[in-house]
Design a protein around this ligand. Structure first.
Ligand code: ZN
Length: 181
Protein backbone atom coordinates (compact mmCIF):
# COMPACT_ATOMS: atom_id res chain seq x y z
CA UNK A 1 0.00 0.00 0.00
CA UNK A 2 1.11 3.49 -0.71
CA UNK A 3 -0.45 6.91 -0.20
CA UNK A 4 0.79 9.78 -2.36
CA UNK A 5 -0.42 13.32 -1.78
CA UNK A 6 -0.16 16.01 -4.46
CA UNK A 7 -1.11 19.28 -2.79
CA UNK A 8 -0.88 22.99 -3.45
CA UNK A 9 -2.82 26.08 -4.51
CA UNK A 10 -4.64 26.73 -7.77
CA UNK A 11 -2.47 26.66 -10.89
CA UNK A 12 0.39 24.77 -9.23
CA UNK A 13 0.45 21.89 -11.71
CA UNK A 14 -1.35 19.29 -9.59
CA UNK A 15 -3.42 18.02 -12.51
CA UNK A 16 -0.32 17.66 -14.67
CA UNK A 17 1.24 15.60 -11.89
CA UNK A 18 -1.80 13.31 -11.68
CA UNK A 19 -1.96 12.87 -15.44
CA UNK A 20 1.73 11.97 -15.60
CA UNK A 21 1.07 9.12 -13.15
CA UNK A 22 -2.08 7.82 -14.82
CA UNK A 23 -1.71 8.35 -18.54
CA UNK A 24 0.94 5.58 -18.95
CA UNK A 25 -1.33 3.13 -17.11
CA UNK A 26 -3.82 3.13 -19.97
CA UNK A 27 -1.21 1.21 -21.99
CA UNK A 28 -0.88 -1.51 -19.33
CA UNK A 29 -3.16 -4.25 -18.03
CA UNK A 30 -3.18 -2.64 -14.60
CA UNK A 31 -6.67 -2.07 -13.27
CA UNK A 32 -6.92 1.57 -12.22
CA UNK A 33 -9.53 4.27 -11.67
CA UNK A 34 -9.56 8.05 -11.45
CA UNK A 35 -12.28 9.86 -9.54
CA UNK A 36 -13.46 13.34 -8.81
CA UNK A 37 -16.29 14.75 -6.71
CA UNK A 38 -19.63 15.30 -8.40
CA UNK A 39 -19.53 18.78 -6.81
CA UNK A 40 -16.86 19.63 -9.33
CA UNK A 41 -19.04 21.17 -11.99
CA UNK A 42 -16.37 21.04 -14.68
CA UNK A 43 -16.34 18.26 -17.27
CA UNK A 44 -15.58 14.53 -16.96
CA UNK A 45 -11.85 14.95 -17.45
CA UNK A 46 -8.95 16.12 -15.40
CA UNK A 47 -7.22 18.72 -17.55
CA UNK A 48 -3.80 20.18 -17.14
CA UNK A 49 -3.02 23.67 -18.41
CA UNK A 50 -0.78 21.99 -21.00
CA UNK A 51 -3.87 20.50 -22.65
CA UNK A 52 -3.37 16.90 -21.54
CA UNK A 53 -6.29 15.12 -19.91
CA UNK A 54 -7.42 11.85 -18.41
CA UNK A 55 -10.99 10.70 -17.91
CA UNK A 56 -12.32 10.77 -14.36
CA UNK A 57 -15.48 9.25 -12.95
CA UNK A 58 -17.65 11.53 -10.83
CA UNK A 59 -18.65 10.18 -7.43
CA UNK A 60 -20.67 11.44 -4.47
CA UNK A 61 -18.67 9.67 -1.77
CA UNK A 62 -15.30 7.94 -1.63
CA UNK A 63 -17.07 4.78 -0.41
CA UNK A 64 -18.07 4.18 -4.04
CA UNK A 65 -14.41 3.38 -4.82
CA UNK A 66 -14.39 0.57 -2.24
CA UNK A 67 -16.80 -1.46 -4.40
CA UNK A 68 -14.31 -1.47 -7.30
CA UNK A 69 -11.41 -3.83 -7.56
CA UNK A 70 -8.63 -1.55 -8.69
CA UNK A 71 -4.99 -1.72 -7.75
CA UNK A 72 -4.22 1.97 -8.38
CA UNK A 73 -6.66 4.77 -7.60
CA UNK A 74 -6.45 8.52 -8.25
CA UNK A 75 -8.67 11.01 -6.46
CA UNK A 76 -8.76 14.61 -7.66
CA UNK A 77 -10.15 17.66 -5.79
CA UNK A 78 -9.89 15.85 -2.46
CA UNK A 79 -10.75 19.04 -0.56
CA UNK A 80 -14.33 18.80 -1.82
CA UNK A 81 -14.89 15.58 0.15
CA UNK A 82 -15.90 15.52 3.79
CA UNK A 83 -13.47 14.85 6.61
CA UNK A 84 -15.06 11.51 7.54
CA UNK A 85 -14.37 10.18 4.04
CA UNK A 86 -10.69 9.79 4.89
CA UNK A 87 -11.84 6.43 6.31
CA UNK A 88 -12.51 5.15 2.80
CA UNK A 89 -8.92 5.96 1.83
CA UNK A 90 -7.65 4.12 4.90
CA UNK A 91 -9.72 1.10 3.76
CA UNK A 92 -8.27 1.24 0.25
CA UNK A 93 -4.74 1.31 1.66
CA UNK A 94 -5.53 -1.63 3.90
CA UNK A 95 -6.62 -3.59 0.81
CA UNK A 96 -3.21 -2.88 -0.72
CA UNK A 97 -4.38 -0.24 -3.19
CA UNK A 98 -1.90 2.41 -4.29
CA UNK A 99 -3.63 5.77 -3.87
CA UNK A 100 -2.80 9.13 -5.44
CA UNK A 101 -4.69 12.09 -4.02
CA UNK A 102 -4.58 15.64 -5.32
CA UNK A 103 -6.28 18.86 -4.32
CA UNK A 104 -5.99 22.10 -2.44
CA UNK A 105 -4.43 21.71 1.00
CA UNK A 106 -5.71 25.04 2.31
CA UNK A 107 -8.96 26.94 1.98
CA UNK A 108 -9.37 30.64 1.17
CA UNK A 109 -8.70 31.52 4.82
CA UNK A 110 -5.38 29.70 4.77
CA UNK A 111 -6.75 26.86 6.93
CA UNK A 112 -5.94 23.27 6.07
CA UNK A 113 -8.96 21.29 4.92
CA UNK A 114 -9.94 18.74 7.62
CA UNK A 115 -9.84 15.80 5.18
CA UNK A 116 -6.27 16.75 4.21
CA UNK A 117 -5.31 16.76 7.90
CA UNK A 118 -6.78 13.26 8.27
CA UNK A 119 -4.75 12.07 5.27
CA UNK A 120 -1.53 13.34 6.83
CA UNK A 121 -2.44 11.29 9.91
CA UNK A 122 -2.49 8.16 7.71
CA UNK A 123 1.23 8.64 7.12
CA UNK A 124 1.60 9.30 3.38
CA UNK A 125 4.75 7.84 1.80
CA UNK A 126 5.09 10.81 -0.54
CA UNK A 127 3.90 14.38 -0.28
CA UNK A 128 4.41 16.43 -3.38
CA UNK A 129 3.97 20.04 -2.32
CA UNK A 130 3.44 22.15 -5.40
CA UNK A 131 3.83 25.92 -5.57
CA UNK A 132 2.36 28.33 -8.08
CA UNK A 133 3.38 31.78 -9.24
CA UNK A 134 1.97 34.45 -6.93
CA UNK A 135 -0.38 36.57 -9.02
CA UNK A 136 0.41 39.66 -6.92
CA UNK A 137 4.23 39.75 -6.68
CA UNK A 138 4.98 37.19 -9.44
CA UNK A 139 7.39 35.19 -7.25
CA UNK A 140 7.04 31.38 -7.74
CA UNK A 141 6.17 30.99 -4.05
CA UNK A 142 2.36 30.86 -3.96
CA UNK A 143 1.02 28.44 -1.35
CA UNK A 144 -2.47 29.90 -0.80
CA UNK A 145 -5.55 30.25 -2.96
CA UNK A 146 -7.16 33.63 -2.35
CA UNK A 147 -10.69 34.22 -3.56
CA UNK A 148 -11.84 37.55 -4.88
CA UNK A 149 -15.19 39.09 -5.56
CA UNK A 150 -15.08 42.25 -7.66
CA UNK A 151 -11.30 42.31 -7.17
CA UNK A 152 -11.59 42.39 -3.36
CA UNK A 153 -10.12 39.46 -1.36
CA UNK A 154 -12.72 37.65 0.72
CA UNK A 155 -11.38 36.58 4.11
CA UNK A 156 -14.52 35.20 5.82
CA UNK A 157 -18.21 34.45 5.52
CA UNK A 158 -18.27 31.93 2.68
CA UNK A 159 -17.98 28.11 2.86
CA UNK A 160 -14.56 26.44 2.49
CA UNK A 161 -15.66 24.80 -0.74
CA UNK A 162 -17.19 27.19 -3.23
CA UNK A 163 -18.45 26.05 -6.62
CA UNK A 164 -16.66 27.60 -9.55
CA UNK A 165 -19.75 29.18 -11.01
CA UNK A 166 -18.08 32.42 -12.03
CA UNK A 167 -19.07 34.45 -8.95
CA UNK A 168 -15.56 34.38 -7.55
CA UNK A 169 -12.08 34.60 -8.98
CA UNK A 170 -9.35 32.34 -7.57
CA UNK A 171 -5.74 33.46 -7.47
CA UNK A 172 -2.64 31.73 -6.14
CA UNK A 173 -0.76 34.02 -3.74
CA UNK A 174 2.33 33.75 -1.56
CA UNK A 175 2.57 34.03 2.22
CA UNK A 176 3.41 37.74 2.05
CA UNK A 177 0.64 38.72 -0.37
CA UNK A 178 -2.08 36.61 1.26
CA UNK A 179 -4.81 38.61 3.02
CA UNK A 180 -6.19 37.07 6.19
CA UNK A 181 -9.08 38.02 8.44
ZN1 ZN B 1 3.31 37.35 -3.53
Amino acid sequence: MELNLILGPMKSGKSFEMISHFMPLSYTNINFGIYQPRKNIRDENIWSKSGLSVKAEKIDTLDEILKKNESIVGIDEIHMFEEKEARAIASLLKKGVKVFVSGLDMDYRGKMFPIVQRLFELGPQKVNYKRAVCEICKEPEAIYTQIYQNNIPITSGVPSVIPEDGTYVYRPVCYHCFRQN
